[in-house]
Design a protein. Sequence first.
Length: 346
Amino acid sequence: MATLHGEGFRPVTYLFMTGLLLFTLILCLCVGSVMIPLADTFDVLWSALKGNPSGTQAHQSILLHVRMPRVLCVGLSGAALSLGGAAMQGLLRNPLAEGSTLGVSSGASLGAVLAIALGLSIPGIPLVGTAAMAVLFAFMSLMLILSLSLVLDKSLSTNTLILVGVVFSMFVSSIINIVIALFSKKLHSITFWTMGSLAGSSYADAAMLAVALLLSGLVLFPLAEELNAFAVGEQNAQHVGVSVKRVKLITMISVCVLVGVCVAVGGTIGFVGLVVPHIVRLIFGPNHKRLLPGAAFLGAVFLLLSDLAARTLFRPAELPIGVVTSLVGAVVFVSILFRSRKAAQS
């Protein structure tokens, strides 16, 4: 029995990905319905860091109060969703597994919608109540989906997981529609979560995403070798000393935290956790020592570019970011499905 061993990225690779991410961040800050020159962008950011803001009032307002918090939230959400998708795919040995295809995002959305409709919050920090409900419902949804899939198919095949996830998502969608009908006064707020958008994000949202990503990353990155062992089956992983139940539980809780917080901040943004890990796997291989950090870096870049497209393609009108990621994700999803079928038949 062999597992996927090997070292992580070399420092030069981390340096390249960091440079790519910084370039994308600056691009997203400069480009929008109002174009801001690169020199003015650096001037505003540098003076803000020194505590003595300079530049035109309009540029300060756009960069510091609108684009910067949004760009931070978009990048962190992309990294979180991609990291969660890569971990879930490794755990289930399924390249089609991620929050939206398994229905976990739908469950998290239901939790967030219920929190909004019922006004569940903690005084002074209202979003925490929404995030807690989203994380709780994400975990409950995952447990239910996996339990139903195991009852139908002990091997947890791709088709069974997808079928159960689709059915569960439809069921949750019906419940959300019922909640909308009963709480029509909250229609605008609820619609925000179901479409997926990071417009109006704040620095507080970015801080919550950063904490969730940091804590989950500290948990998931050390599990890279264990996730590599899962590639050859749970039984074989157990034979080489992996505590299968512990790794599964820790990974699932971490993924649910990532998905839940992302849904609480930006609504349902589908397919990010499916598309990016698949691309990273093609570039860097299946070793999770490279796959997990690669997914986090490129997930941030992918969602930043998707948000940039959502903001600029039809300006001054703006598309929900979930629409852009779903269009890209649907194409990749179909290609993965066809590739999986061909591999199974050969």
